[in-house]
Design a protein around this ligand. Structure first.
Ligand code: XIL
Length: 317
């Protein structure tokens, strides 16, 4: 027994302690002029491991749910910012803050969905944007002004905003957001647009039109909720958007299975595009992720995964 355990200890000592790069995601991204952030759940802020990982590794945060309409204006004209404020003051200090989201068809209270008439919906939308963007004015680096307004075929998605106001609702929301916070970058944010396809083409055409008519838009957020591999042509697609004069950001990155190669490819695509200014991973640990299984950079025990090493090495390369 004594001999075999001595051998075992001897064997363990010979294993190289780590092949990972040194440093943190935040530092490595900073050296490349980018932010590297994570979405934050207000309900996890009492978990010290959760907070420690955010503070050590990440230079940006997005409230995962706490700035959404159902959280901030659950009934008309009555605003609540408690959880969002808590995120901003507890883990947001000194970090880049992404505001998510002003206008979206989900996590939308029923009182908004029940409004009818263009004027009524527009008024509610304007009031919401003025109040929420106004409240966080000076703190938010980039706002997701409108989220997921397009279908996969490039048509507009039905929502109370689309159906009551019409195609002009997106432009209107961006103008209201600029009026409420003249300092924040204003983003359109969507999923399934990482490759060139009907949906990304439609958003490209919208951004081109907004730029031509001086509608205030500063960035496009590529959510990047990905299947098991990196999307084809991601870098070229990011590049064509930045060629229109907007920034791009990867705003909600998670990858099914958390393949280190896929993570490395996606981070590399952003680094290869000079105006791809930062990346947010959607969830700290797998146990915090909205998707099941292995998705993000830390496992359920808070340990760094292989995907973490792949991302850090790519940022350091
Ligand atoms: C998700 C959150 O992660 C979940 O906690 C919540 O229950 C539902 O919303 N696109 C978005 C995000 O823009 O706001 C969504 O976040 C994921 C899809």
């Amino acid at each position: 027994m004594a001999v075999s355990s001595a051998l075992w200890v001897g064997f363990l000592i010979m294993i190289p302690t780590s092949s990972a790069a040194e440093g943190t995601l935040a530092e490595a991204a900073k050296a490349k002029g980018r932010f590297f952030g994570v979405s934050v759940l207000a309900g996890q802020l009492d978990d010290s491991q959760y907070v420690d990982i955010i503070n050590k590794e990440f230079s940006a945060v997005t409230p995962e749910n706490s700035m959404k309409w159902d959280a901030t204006e659950p009934s008309r004209g009555s605003f609540s910012y408690g959880n969002a404020d808590r995120i901003v003051s507890s883990v947001g200090e000194g970090k880049t803050l992404r505001g998510h989201v002003l206008v979206w068809h989900q996590q939308l209270p029923s009182w908004v969905k029940e409004l009818s008439g263009s004027d009524e919906v527009q008024q509610a939308m304007d009031d919401h944007i003025a109040a929420v963007a106004g409240h966080f004015q000076g703190k938010v680096d980039s706002w997701d002004v409108v989220n997921e307004a397009f279908e996969g075929d490039g048509s507009r998605r039905h929502s109370v905003f689309q159906d009551q106001i019409g195609d002009g609702f997106i432009e209107h929301a961006f103008r209201s957001a600029r009026a409420a916070d003249g300092g924040a970058k204003l983003c359109y944010n969507d999923y399934g647009i990482e490759s060139k396809n009907a949906k990304s083409d439609a958003i490209y055409a919208m951004v081109q039109d907004f730029k031509a008519r001086d509608v205030p838009i500063d960035c496009v957020g590529f959510q990047s909720h990905l299947g098991s591999s990196a999307p084809g042509g991601f870098q070229d697609n990011l590049q064509r958007f930045t060629d229109l004069g907007v920034e791009v950001q990867l705003t909600e990155l998670d990858i099914s299975g958390a393949s280190p190669d896929a993570y490395s490819n996606v981070v590399g695509a952003c680094l290869a595009v000079s105006r791809c200014t930062g990346i947010i991973v959607w969830g700290v640990r797998d146990s915090d992720s909205w998707r099941d299984g292995s998705q993000v950079l830390f496992d359920g025990s808070g340990e760094k995964k292989e995907a973490y090493d792949a991302v850090l090495n790519t940022l350091d390369a």
